[in-house]
Design a protein around this ligand. Structure first.
Ligand SMILES: CC(C)(COP(=O)(O)OP(=O)(O)OC[C@H]1O[C@@H](n2cnc3c(N)ncnc32)[C@H](O)[C@@H]1OP(=O)(O)O)[C@@H](O)C(=O)NCCC(=O)NCCS
Length: 293
């Protein structure tokens, strides 16, 4: 995928998702579905993992992915409604997996619609198992609550500073590309300590709005460092004038789920996560927030 492709990619992806959501949920959505700036941030983050399929110069399908070192996930994946069912979707997934093998990605993931047999069938053909969930949680800052006092973690000021080793969560896990993209494109802030790291998006990214900030990634060794990174993200969101902070959490990260609810977060809808590779349950009871779409 090239930067020049992004307008066509956005059109194809928006139309495909608006159509499938209409079919699965009866909702009638309008463009833009994926913010162009969010797609651009993804491409900037991992250009080798973003692919298009085209026919005579016309883009028919697109796949975005991010390899966080040894842990990779893809999405959004979309094929133009006019050419679906002709193999383009499978070709894009096959090429992504081929590239991940070369890059030694060992844990492969995606998030999809829980009520669609079609999607489960498609991804199961590549060895992805439908055994997990991703749950949205949101904290509204205008709701009063009693909060545990914690010292907020420090911001990471420069994109090229060494990052903490997150091997305690998954060996080889490395979010450096997203850290760099977030800071260099001024999409948000990064917080780090020797016990963990968090990425906060405030603008020009998926899931953010003028009212809401989004936390695409947080990995911490323990409860204290998790809460300290979270407090830093909340403080920065408030300081930027946002009224709420949203995140997605693996459904298996149950201790983190409970800590978030205690801190005033409310659970939202869940998506189906499918995984393939090694150590698929690495996120069980982990102090871990991540976003797979
Ligand atoms: C999901 C999507 C990317 C798949 O791309 P595609 O090019 O249509 O898929 P392919 O032609 O490669 O094949 C998909 C498989 O599902 C089957 N299939 C295709 N259309 C189908 C349909 N409407 N219903 C059921 N099965 C279908 C195909 O036969 C094939 O399986 P098979 O080879 O075992 O027969 C595409 O349909 C799409 O963009 N959908 C809307 C957006 C979306 O849902 N994205 C993914 C979100 S996780």
């Amino acid at each position: 995928m090239r930067v020049e492709d992004l307008d066509q990619v956005a059109e194809v992806s928006d139309q495909a998702f608006i159509a499938v959501i209409g079919k699965l949920y009866g909702q009638r959505l309008e463009r833009p579905f994926f913010p162009l700036a969010g797609l651009a941030l993804r491409l900037w983050t991992d250009p080798e993992g973003c692919l298009v399929s085209s026919d005579h110069g016309e883009i028919g399908g697109a796949l975005f992915s991010v390899a966080r070192g040894s842990l990779g996930w893809f999405g959004p994946l979309a094929v133009a409604t006019t050419v679906q069912g002709q193999g383009a979707g499978q070709a894009l997934v096959a090429e992504c997996l081929h590239r991940w093998r070369r890059r030694r990605v060992r844990m492969l993931g995606l998030e999809t619609f829980p009520s669609s047999g079609f999607h489960a069938h498609l991804y199961a053909k590549f060895g992805f198992r439908p055994g997990w969930t991703g749950v949205q949680l949101r904290k509204r800052f205008d709701v009063e609550g009693v909060e545990e006092e914690v010292e907020p973690a420090r911001p990471l000021q420069h994109a090229n500073l060494p990052l903490p080793d997150l091997g305690f969560l998954y060996r080889g896990l490395d979010p450096a590309a997203e850290v760099r993209a977030t800071l260099l494109r001024h999409a948000g802030r990064v917080f780090a300590s020797d016990r963990g790291l968090a990425i906060l998006h405030l603008q020009d990214a998926f899931h953010v709005t003028p009212e809401e900030a989004f936390l695409p990634f947080l990995a911490a060794r323990d409860r204290d460092s998790f809460l300290s990174l979270l407090a830093a993200a909340e403080e920065a969101s408030r300081a930027a004038g946002r009224k709420s902070l949203a995140l997605r959490l693996p459904g298996t990260a149950w201790t983190a789920f409970r800590a978030l609810v205690e801190r005033g977060y409310q659970a939202g809808p869940a998506m189906l996560r499918m995984k393939a590779g090694d150590h698929l349950d690495y996120d069980r009871d982990a102090w871990y927030v991540d976003d797979w779409l």
